[in-house]
Design a protein around this ligand. Structure first.
Ligand code: SF4
Length: 290
């Protein structure tokens, strides 16, 4: 069995930066409580590593960011790589907390583009994932931003404003975005479109779309990670025989390796390199004992 790592895969610059910011914040303020409002990046192994350094992650899918912030009364709060709404930032300031904003520059770029179109009187169609922190931060900007998660949502919109702008969450699938754009042009012929899939996401998706000889693709990452899930979607849509999402090497079922000649390993942008290396080592060991 041949084992190959997809290039590029794994950590992106936004994730590297967010992790460094969090670690530096704790190292420079060892006596203070340091909290992360939500998962810093969507990978539970990263949250565990931060916890081992004394950095407290507050994450509860049943609670809003505002409710999580209510639980913090001292110290420093870190906002995650996915971006944060201005109202939450202000609430932290009003509570007398210090904050560190780990928002990725690509997420901020998309927010700024949206704000420019809003200022010019546009309604904004935003293709993103419901309840995802990046999408939540964006839709909090204005009620003229309409979140659509699929083509049905887009069809149901009834925007009367003749100025309509469409953009997207940075980690969406380029294939789904393409279909959505085609439909939006039919529904709103004068629509202005700016694709905002970040370079890290698009290069990882393209690398999978270009695989021509793959029997089995392992996507290493967290189920909560949107970009990881989209790598799975792209692999399936491109007709790879078997595409499996695993959190780490312990999720590998060796029955899946039967009759496989070539296995590729990729990973989401928030997956620690160690987890990818462990998967490859496990596969190599298994292959040598065949
Ligand atoms: S996936 Fe893209 S937008 Fe998200 S943190 Fe990485 S570089 Fe930034």
């Amino acid at each position: 069995m041949e084992i190959k790592k997809v290039v590029p895969s794994g950590y992106c610059k936004g994730v590297v930066n967010a992790i460094k910011l969090a670690k530096d914040t704790k190292a420079n303020n060892p006596e203070e409580n340091v909290y992360v409002l939500g998962m810093l990046v969507h990978n539970s192994f990263v949250s565990e590593e931060l916890s081992s350094l004394g950095i407290i992650t507050l994450d509860d899918s049943k609670k809003s960011k505002s409710e999580l912030l209510d639980e913090i009364n001292d110290g420093i709060v870190i906002f995650t790589a996915h971006g944060i709404s201005e109202s939450i930032k202000q609430k932290a300031i009003d509570k007398g907390l210090r904050y560190v904003d780990a928002s990725c520059v690509d997420v901020l770029k998309t927010q700024n583009v949206i704000k420019e179109y809003l200022n010019d009187g546009y309604d904004v169609i935003y293709f993103g994932k419901k309840n995802h922190p990046e999408a939540e931060a964006v839709i909090s900007i204005s009620d003229k931003i309409h979140l659509v998660t699929n083509e049905d949502d887009l069809r149901k919109l009834d925007i009367t404003n003749h100025k309509v702008f469409l953009t997207n969450q940075t980690t969406m699938s380029y294939l789904e975005l393409k279909d959505l754009i085609e439909l939006s042009k039919k529904l709103y012929p004068d629509i202005i479109i700016e694709k905002e899939i970040c370079n890290a996401t698009s290069s990882r998706q393209e690398a999978i779309a270009n695989l021509t000889d793959c029997d089995l693709l392992y996507v290493v990452g967290d189920i909560k990670s949107n970009n990881t899930n989209k790598l799975v979607d792209i692999g399936i849509k491109k007709g790879i025989k078997k595409v499996l999402l695993i959190q780490n090497f312990k999720d590998i079922n060796t029955d899946d390796l039967k009759d496989v000649h070539k296995v590729y390993v990729t990973a989401g942008a928030s997956t620690p390199p160690k987890l990818i290396d462990e998967v490859i080592s496990f596969l190599k060991e298994h292959s040598s004992t065949d």
